[in-house]
Design a protein around this ligand. Structure first.
Ligand code: PLP
Length: 456
């Protein structure tokens, strides 16, 4: 299994050939899921005592299994938050794996962590946080939000009065589901400002004013969103920062999706106030063109994260020794053993330069505005709201929720596009509407037109 022999060499060539073909394919087939029983019937048992051989396993993957997946970088995949990793980043994901680097501690991962930190410096510079701010790459936005919440909660518990209190945070109804899910993980309560639209400082003040005395005592953090997943809306970050400073509350900005837009001069002003955050989540695997999985958590004061996350054990003491000193990513988030998942981003940034990133993010915004214009010109369609960042919400006049669902399946089954409906509150009622989210700069006007034509 660990031998280098002719079979391994052949397999390596096959894998590399596949990778090159896939990396250079600009319009991969839009695969569809199949039922598990169906897949099992097609591929049979693959994990057996003697093994089925690399050649057979790889064929099953190429011919059957990968076809039951949706390529996230398809130019007409405009559902959820799609992705479009750069070719350089994907290639370097292969290199990252091949290099077998342990990314938890400087002692083992110094060169790789150095690269990650170069990429992180650029990310931090986009936020405008003070020079002491820094962060680490995580497995995604959920892990970044959790890491930030743990840091905030542990900081709050430095006050002995809070030691036995259940923590409470406020966010908005537009916040991502991971905020509530991760609050459960840390056993904190969440109160919502009931808006999917922008959460303003006034909304937040009102919510805080409504708290009973004991609830106010338990309030430790506010989570604002820098680009809601559903509609690309950015909360009033500056106003909320002001409230957090006055009320002495931790200010977290979840910019997992929208954070890439910090690179875009056309919308950067919408994020004013993010530079006052205590912690920020940005996912390079969303709008900064990294392969999965790559999130990031950034702290204004990384020492607070270290106090919350650094693990202790006799086997880990060597990492704190002077000879091993350096930046240890494990100290700043929830995971110990980690791949150096920021490395593909670093290589792609180094190869392409940050200006190309600016351009590619601006393309997503331009595509959303273009889609908005095409929708306005189409008498069957109506914009629900102006496009925001790279999200567009719109209705097909006269359609029921089932029509949207059937439309989604038909386009997917036809191999044309993956575009899914969402809900938006209109006149106090949740209406099913269509939604585009643009990330891939290779998506064209024709791609948008073809999809809109399917709504005739
Ligand atoms: C605003 C926001 N926060 C957090 C997340 C969760 O990120 P991940 O899926 O990388 O864990 C998402 C995912 O879409 C998101 O849009």
């Amino acid at each position: 299994m660990h031998n280098v022999d002719i079979e391994l060499v052949e397999m390596t060539l096959d894998v590399m050939k596949y990778a090159i073909n896939r990396i250079t394919n600009t319009s991969p087939e839009l695969g569809q899921p199949k039922k598990e029983e169906e897949l099992r019937k097609l591929v049979g048992e693959t994990v057996t005592a003697k093994g089925i051989g690399g050649e057979k396993a790889f064929h099953l993957f190429k011919d059957v299994l990968v076809k039951a997946t949706v390529p996230i970088d398809h130019p007409r995949h405009l559902a959820f938050v799609p992705a479009a990793p750069t070719r350089a980043a994907i290639m370097f994901d292969l290199v990252t794996s091949a290099s077998s680097i342990h990314g938890a501690y400087w002692m083992e991962g110094a060169g790789g962590i150095f690269c990650e930190n170069e990429a992180m410096k650029w990310l931090v510079s986009l936020t405008g946080l003070p020079s002491e701010a820094f962060g680490v790459f995580t497995s995604g936005g959920t892990a970044a939000n959790l890491s930030a919440m743990v840091t905030a909660r542990e900081y709050w518990r430095r006050n002995p009065d809070n030691l036995n209190e259940k923590a409470l945070m406020i966010t908005s109804a537009g916040a991502h589901s991971s905020i509530k899910a991760m609050a459960k993980v840390i056993d904190a309560d969440v109160l919502l400002v009931e808006t999917e639209d922008l959460m303003s400082a006034e909304d937040l003040k009102r919510k805080i004013a409504q708290l009973e005395g004991h609830q106010r005592k338990r309030l430790f953090a506010i989570v604002a969103t820098g680009g809601t997943t559903n509609a690309g809306i950015i909360d009033d970050l500056d106003g909320i920062a002001q409230v957090c400073e006055q009320e002495k509350l931790w200010f977290h900005v979840d910019a997992a999706y929208g954070g890439g837009a910090l690179a875009a001069d056309s919308v950067r002003h919408l994020f004013k106030g993010i530079e006052r955050a205590d912690s920020i989540t940005i996912d390079p695997h969303k709008w900064l063109f990294s392969p999965y999985d790559c999130g990031a958590v950034i702290y204004k004061n990384p020492e607070l994260a270290k106090a919350a996350h650094a693990q202790e054990g006799s086997y880990l003491e060597i990492f704190k020794d002077e000879g091993a000193q350096g930046f240890n990513p494990a100290d700043y988030q929830i995971q110990l053993t980690r791949r150096v998942r920021g490395l593909p981003l670093w290589f792609s940034l180094a190869m392409n330069g940050t200006d190309r990133y600016k351009w590619a993010v601006e393309m997503g915004i331009k595509l959303a505005n273009l889609a908005g214009k095409l929708i306005e010109e189409n008498t069957d369609l109506e914009l629900i709201r102006e496009p925001s960042l790279s999200c567009v919400l719109f209705r097909r006049k006269g359609w029921s929720p089932d029509d949207y669902i059937n439309w989604t399946y038909k386009n997917h089954n036809d191999g044309l596009a993956l575009v899914t409906p969402t809900k938006w509150i209109v006149n106090n009622k949740a209406e099913t509407v269509a939604r585009f989210c643009f990330i891939n700069p290779d998506t064209t006007k024709e791609d948008i037109t073809v999809i809109l034509d399917t709504m005739k």
